[in-house]
Design a protein around this ligand. Structure first.
Ligand code: C2E
Ligand code: CA
Ligand code: CA
Ligand code: CA
Length: 275
């Protein structure tokens, strides 16, 4: 048993080295990609479920490396957070996204994800406002998606930042709602105007009574608090119908469209022009 324990340990060690090396390489490539403007934003439409028209788009980061191929944001965003380049990456992505949003009809909004570490940076509101001004996009067309995790660590700093952003005219949305450290008091204590129902609930709401009950409760809650609810991860028409009849106004998911390039987003907008 001892020797097999040791060989398991050795195997683990070799494995660790490989993954540390992989990560170090990825980090280097990511720094270069940011500098080269090679990390792109794509846009996933958010639909008004009553009219089936596009209400806005969520910006999602995309990176394709010549050696590693497509690297998922779930892999490179945490690397950017750990090595501190998330701030630079965000400025770069937000500027790109605002530039694209400027060419959309003015009733369409841009939704943009923030990392938890950014809600600890008191200079964030000024940086974001500067990017909006430089690009000429009105603050009221920007919605920032934050997660509940962002609010746990240092709520006072997060509140300062969110208050400044709100006073500048920007909307705050609570992403992955229900999935994390959920506390209803966040909806009272922070200036939140929108909740995004986590896809783990919408995906299973037709097969799992508890998921259905949670979705319904979030919809009742958001209605009572007069905030918008957006269901994420809508993949099936039956889910769309169930959400719509439960009073959910906005939906996002592969049923409608996956994230597309800035040019394709313009095409999606154009194709619905006449109804
Ligand atoms: P998220 O903010 O929850 O974004 C939604 C994710 O769900 C996206 O994955 C989207 O492509 C995917 N999705 C959309 N519709 C469906 C559907 O119908 N079914 C399923 N199963 N998935 C759907 P993506 O683009 O891979 O992004 C993953 C996560 O990476 C995001 O989750 C977000 O947390 C993070 N992320 C992406 N872009 C950025 C960014 O620019 N900044 C930051 N800080 N985080 C980002
Ligand atoms: Ca999001
Ligand atoms: Ca989400
Ligand atoms: Ca997520």
């Amino acid at each position: 048993a001892k020797s097999s324990g040791r060989s398991t340990y050795r195997f683990f060690e070799v494995d660790m080295d490989a993954s540390i090396l992989h990560r170090t390489l990825l980090e280097q490539r990511l720094r270069l990609a940011i500098a080269d403007g090679a990390v792109l934003v794509h846009f996933q439409p958010i639909l008004d479920m009553d009219t089936s028209r596009i209400a806005g788009f969520e910006a999602l980061a995309r990176w394709s490396d010549s050696d590693f191929g497509d690297v998922q944001p779930e892999e490179f965003i945490p690397i950017a957070e750990d090595c501190g380049i998330i701030h630079e990456l965000t400025r770069h992505l937000l500027a790109q996204a605002c530039e694209a949003a400027k060419s959309w009809p003015e009733e369409l909004y841009l939704s943009f994800n923030l990392s938890p570490v950014q809600l600890q940076d008191l200079s964030l509101p000024d940086q974001i406002v500067a990017i909006l001004e430089e690009c000429g996009l009105p603050a009221k067309r920007l919605s920032l998606e934050i997660t509940e995790t962002s609010l746990v660590k240092n709520p006072e700093t997060a509140r300062r930042i969110l208050t400044d952003l709100t006073e500048a005219g920007i909307f705050i949305a609570l992403d992955d709602f229900g999935a994390g450290h959920s506390s209803l008091s966040y909806l009272r204590d922070f200036p939140i105007r929108k909740v995004k129902i986590d896809k783990s609930f919408t995906e299973r709401m037709l097969v799992d009574k508890q998921c259905a009950a949670i979705v319904e409760a979030i919809l009742v809650l958001s209605k009572g608090l007069d905030i918008d609810a957006v269901a994420e991860g809508v993949e099936q028409n039956d889910v769309h119908k169930a959400l719509s009849s439960a009073g959910c106004h906005y939906g996002q998911g592969f049923l409608y469209a996956a994230a597309v390039s800035a040019d394709e987003a313009i095409g999606l907008i154009a194709s619905q022009k006449d109804g």
